[in-house]
Design a protein around this ligand. Structure first.
Ligand SMILES: [Zn+2]
Length: 339
């Protein structure tokens, strides 16, 4: 075995056999932002055989504080993140086959991507893509690692089809909405902590040490010095549409994806979420107030002031974004709040 990986091979959890396994595996990383950068760098250094990384965005100045693969030159060139990531990762370890894809993740595309993947990593910033990943992981029997962070708060969970609850199951017990970096700002140590949790789980999966994989839901607040690890074995739901007995994989159905409509003459965009969404307005309101938003509401809807726009969210997840006719902009605002 290469001198290059000697320290990792010396680690008893990995060893020569583990390293040989790592070299043969394929990891799919969805997103090349803060979590994607860090996950990709660590796994590239670890010598994973192949890494596919997908992202639809380009590098901006506000990314540099925490997205470790990028430089000022990438910002000046407005390089797509996937392209900048590929350049940097290849320079770090030319042994690893890096496949970078610039584009949006759709159900069809994800089903194509996931075919020969051993482990998938969640480095996305929105809920719709995560639910799509969750369904694809169940359908193609691919373990994956959820991760999210905002401010000094982060969380992670390992999902093994057939063994652990899935993300859709988890939603019944944990409110996961409102967890995106755009809403409340973010500090780099939070990102690094989530990356550590995700990559260590990935390494365990890559060496096939399934016993070692964490089955609890971990969350922490680095600023307030809080750390929690919740058992999730009871969260698995037999009627789950993604992992249950009569599963339908609703998030792989294009018809269930977010739909947008510009409402005539009202300077308003209506957004319908992917199906099967039930929003706890009370929980969401509390979360948004914690993040500093001005929120008004009643039992049927919430109204959130967001600078020049105002968003009204209904219980079924539908929203009206007032103050814009730009569908893409409205969708961005929606995903900021709904995760
Ligand atoms: Zn489930």
């Amino acid at each position: 075995m290469d001198e290059r990986y000697s320290r990792q091979v010396l680690f008893p959890g990995i060893g020569k056999d583990g390293q040989a396994k790592i070299r043969k595996k394929h990891v799919l990383i969805i997103g090349a932002g803060a979590l994607g950068s860090g996950n990709a760098e660590i796994l590239t250094r670890a010598g994973v055989g192949k890494i596919t990384i997908v992202d639809r965005d380009y590098v901006e100045a506000s990314n540099l504080q925490r997205q470790q693969l990028y430089t000022e030159a990438d910002v000046a060139e407005k390089l797509p993140k996937a392209a900048a990531a590929e350049k940097r990762l290849t320079a770090i370890n030319s042994d690893v086959e890096i496949k970078a894809i610039i584009g949006d993740v759709t159900p069809e595309f994800l089903e194509e991507l996931i075919a020969d993947v051993d482990v998938m990593i969640d480095a996305t910033d929105n809920f719709e893509t995560r639910m799509m990943m969750n369904d694809a992981a169940q359908k193609y029997n691919v373990p994956w690692i959820y991760g999210a962070c905002v401010g000094s708060f982060g969380m992670s969970f390992s999902i093994i089809p057939g063994k652990t609850p899935c993300l859709n199951c988890l939603l019944r017990t944990i409110p996961l909405q409102g967890m995106t970096c755009d809403t409340g700002g973010i500090i780099a140590p939070t990102v690094q902590m989530v990356i550590s949790h995700q990559t260590v789980e990935a390494l365990k999966m890559l060496v096939e040490d399934w016993e070692a994989v964490r089955t609890s839901f971990v969350s922490f607040d680095l600023w307030r010095n809080q750390y929690s690890s919740m058992k999730m074995s009871k969260a698995k739901f037999a009627g789950c549409a993604s992992c249950g007995e009569e599963r339908t994989y609703p998030y792989l159905d294009r018809d269930n994806m977010t739909k947008t409509t510009v409402l005539c003459g009202r300077d308003t965009v209506q957004i319908r979420p992917a199906a099967v969404m039930e929003v706890s307005l009370e929980q969401l309101a509390t979360q948004l107030r914690t993040l500093g938003y001005e929120v008004k509401g009643n039992p049927y809807l919430l109204s959130v002031e967001m600078g020049s726009e105002r968003m009204v969210i209904f219980q079924e997840g539908r929203a009206l974004v007032h103050g814009t006719k730009d569908v893409t902009h409205a969708k961005t605002i929606y995903q900021r709040i709904m995760g």
